[in-house]
Design a protein around this ligand. Sequence first.
Ligand SMILES: CC(C)(COP(=O)(O)OP(=O)(O)OC[C@H]1O[C@@H](n2cnc3c(N)ncnc32)[C@H](O)[C@@H]1OP(=O)(O)O)[C@@H](O)C(=O)NCCC(=O)NCCS
Length: 158
Amino acid sequence: MTGKPVKASRVTLTQLMGPNDANNLGNVHGGILMKLCDEAGGMAAMRHARRPAVTVVIDSMAFHSPVHIGNLVTVTAEVTWVGRTSMETCVVVNAEDMLTGRITHTNTAYFLYVALDESGRPTQVPALICETDEEKARCERAAARQAYRLEQRRQGLL
Ligand SMILES: CC(C)(COP(=O)(O)OP(=O)(O)OC[C@H]1O[C@@H](n2cnc3c(N)ncnc32)[C@H](O)[C@@H]1OP(=O)(O)O)[C@@H](O)C(=O)NCCC(=O)NCCS
């Protein structure tokens, strides 16, 4: 199976936040942003594997600043690491105030997906080709995160 570069998996989703996305104060629900993150991460994983991919783990998510009704939210995702059947994606969320143009970084999160075959069983994915020093460093950090997750799973904590 031929390896694929990180950039081949890159996905950007953009969505304008409306009243249905927010609470009475006009702040967008965290769950709305989590759904967008999962969609973007899933699309990046599927782009890499060209297989259906299911979410297995969502690492903790912290929202550093509020997103408001009328903000244009941009979610970018790309694969950071792959195992045999699993793929980690890094998902970055930014919110743009359409009136001022100010862009706020809301959060960065890591989602783990597994590629499935026609029978719904985990199936092998292409190797990840890290072309830049930043991609290589990020891949090492992702491998450490995955080792931590597997240890958590071994202990029955994840
Ligand atoms: C994804 C799923 C098919 C994996 O099944 P499984 O029996 O755990 O399969 P495996 O043990 O072979 O694990 C498959 C891969 O996932 C990884 N994995 C599974 N659970 C993990 C966990 N808790 N943490 C980190 N990695 C995990 C394994 O390390 C393996 O990776 P590798 O092939 O790269 O080494 C199964 O867990 C499932 O269907 N989960 C539900 C997914 C879903 O519906 N998601 C939507 C959200 S509701």
